[in-house]
Write a protein that binds this ligand. Sequence first.
Ligand code: HEM
Length: 499
Amino acid sequence: FLQNRVSLPLPPGPRGLPFIGPAFEVDAASPWITYGRWASKYGEIVGCRMFGRQIVILNSEKVANDLLERRSRIYSDRPSFSIRSLCGWDFEFALDKYGSEWRHLRRLFKQSFREQKVADYQSTQLDSARALLLNIASHSEDKIWDLISLCSTSTILSVVYGYKAETLEDPMFHIGKETLATGFPLLTTGKAMLFEILPFIKYIPAFLPGGSMMRDVHIAKQWTQKYANYPFDFTMGKLRSHPAFACILSDTIQNCQGTGQIVSDAILKKFAATAFLGGGATSASVHQSFIVAMVLNPKVQKRAQAEVAEVCGIDRLPTFDDRAMLPYIDAVVRETMRWNPTVTLGLSHAVTEDDVYDGYFIPRGSIMIPNSWAMSRDSRKYPDPETFKPERFLTSDGELNDDDVRWAFGWGRRVCPGRHLGSAALWITVASLLAAYRFETPKDRDGMPVDVIPKWTYALTRWVVSVGFRLNSTLNLDPVVESQNRSQYGSSQGLGKSS
Ligand code: HEM
């Protein structure tokens, strides 16, 4: 039987050079574009060998669903790269092999981030969105990208560790930023593979020519250690002096004690640090795309703002209670995730058994790359895919349709466990920004709008490097935020302006 399978062809694709394969054909800055081109030539499923590894690129939602979702039992592993341990990213559970430790951690994620549970974190998400509005008002425009990251980071730090990060100078925020900036570029497949094919790189001392990669690795490792340890130590310290200190980490410890589960500090640390990473980086990247989309699509922005104004008036900000009445805002969030998929190539899966799909043989160990970009550009599902059109997520009655861009959160047993928390954070931040600010095209000296060409960079997620825009405030924020907090909490807690 196996003999028959092995005689089947591998998925078609480019061959390239011996051993290296078609690696040099891949656009390093936007590999998804190359993969999409290969799809037009070879089909939705493309196979190739690069650096001795079998790669299978999934260029449509259908093939990703068929394999990663429906055959999830065997497609839920991750490829392993030695770079991960070298730069200290063992703490990141999303990169774990499929096995008992992964199962254990996945259960912890399920307990804390399931759909019914995430409503408990809405007040924190609301506070962070409001703080973002005030922070934007008190900083120069060029700080907006950092303030957006601060918003996502402070929400997840507060939810997971009970730690409040309120200013750009906050040490945990700084550690988070540096950890992503030093770690993500090393973990992208291209660089990760370099360490596999040239393993001697790790023995080149940092001060010798060719040692710069190892220098980067050492720096990344120093940041990751702080990332995993500092917020964890903060919460454990708090718990010693205030046993009732509430956050996901303390809840998890109590739940485990209550049910007699033994969970080591190492597992708890890994759980919390992974949530910190998952919650911070992805949401910030989507918020950035949202701002770019608004600058480029003033009509969409106007319609979204009209919807918020109709429901909330001009003297209060949106809350989660308004969500059902603001479907266009949900449609804007979904379209943002479609138009610029943040985890552009998903997270690679690996297959643990030989398999056959559509007449092709997929050998055990193949690295499966879901090309989310290609899925977002599928003109059968999303006609005119380059255009930013939230209406594609609405029915003719103006209600949200069934397409919740589920593919943007991954597949099968590895599907993002933080998707409910992430979606809520995106919604409240987008609704709040629309209520308070207008993002406009800059004008030249003659008052004519200038062309806006956003620049992006990619390292696991897609980030804005620069985009020209003008910011206009549409609300007098201080009194609105203050009065709303008084009516909501009875006092204006947690929204001090950052310095
Ligand atoms: C806009 C928000 C988010 C997006 C777009 C997003 C996207 C993704 C994607 C594409 C994956 C890979 C799934 C796969 O391998 O098939 C993933 C995995 C993961 N995400 Fe998210 N995510 C978001 C928010 C969050 C949040 C808030 C958390 C915090 C708990 C989180 C935690 C994780 C974890 C732990 C994994 C790894 C799951 C595993 O390997 O079993 N994510 N996410």
